[in-house]
Design a protein around this ligand. Structure first.
Ligand code: IPE
Ligand code: IPE
Ligand code: MG
Length: 238
């Protein structure tokens, strides 16, 4: 929390919307000779810590990548394990109310289990009036899939091609109405987006690190935000 002290003097500029690719759970477990499931359990604890911390320091939007449209390629036992971690999280409804965090899911819900879909709707409804952090959990989310979904909507609505603008597309993404992420964090030593928010990321700043997600701490986030704060964002200007 060191920069909290600096904030009033205007030294630190907080990102408005942080997007995190929560990667490295499997390698974290492997390093400890544990099953990958232990890595996912640890990663979910880190997720709660970081979401709480973002809320505390006044971040408006946080979007975390929990499960991609490509992650179905993993062994069924691992997919089931990730879904069970999500179930447990959603059943712990106190998570949302007490902390004034507004929860929303982005991604294609259709292939998910019915009970999970219900829990997702309930968690969203229960936190609908929260005024703190807006937390998006990207689940069965893929950036290309999201754009296909938006294009289908545009065609179904019969919009005249001449009337289509960038806003027409943004308005039909899962993140409609939200600011684009201005800061994207990927731990675990990989330097790619893996189909994450590819439309919204057009002018985001990126922060990569070798830290494996379960080891990622509020102190690491402070450091990342400090870096963000020093960047000169030009948006094509001078
Ligand atoms: C991220 O950790 C969690 C999900 C993709 C669901 P990984 O499971 O990808 O961990 P690594 O990349 O194998 O270490
Ligand atoms: C990206 O991580 C997806 C999530 C963190 C949910 P992956 O581990 O699936 O990405 P790749 O396979 O390394 O690109
Ligand atoms: Mg990975």
């Amino acid at each position: 929390m060191f920069f909290k002290k600096k904030k009033p003097s205007g030294d630190i500029i907080l990102p408005e919307h942080i997007a995190i690719i929560m990667d490295g759970n499997g390698r974290w477990a492997k390093k400890r000779s544990l099953p990958r499931t232990a890595g996912h359990a640890a990663g979910s604890r880190t997720f709660k810590t970081i979401a709480r911390y973002c809320n505390k320091i006044g971040i408006k939007y946080l979007t975390v990548y929990a499960f991609s449209t490509e992650n179905w390629k993993r062994p069924k036992s691992e997919v089931d394990n990730i879904m069970n971690i999500l179930r447990d999280y959603l059943k712990d409804t106190d998570n949302f109310k007490d902390e004034n965090i507004k929860l929303e899911f982005i991604g294609d819900r259709a292939p998910l289990a019915d009970d999970i879909k219900e829990l997702m709707l309930k968690a969203e409804a229960d936190s609908a009036d929260a005024t703190g952090l807006h937390l998006n959990i990207a689940l069965n989310y893929g950036g290309r899939d999201e754009i296909v979904h938006a294009v289908k909507s545009i065609v179904k609505e019969g919009i005249d091609p001449e009337d289509i603008t960038e806003q027409t597309i943004s308005d039909r993404l899962y993140t409609a109405g939200q600011p684009d992420p201005d800061f994207i964090i990927r731990p675990s030593g990989e330097y790619r987006l893996s189909n994450y928010m590819i439309w919204q990321a057009a002018y985001a700043e990126y922060w990569f690190s070798d830290i494996l997600w379960p080891d990622f701490s509020p102190r690491d986030l402070d450091r990342a935000i400090e870096d963000f704060s020093r960047r000169n964002r030009r948006f094509g200007g001078v």
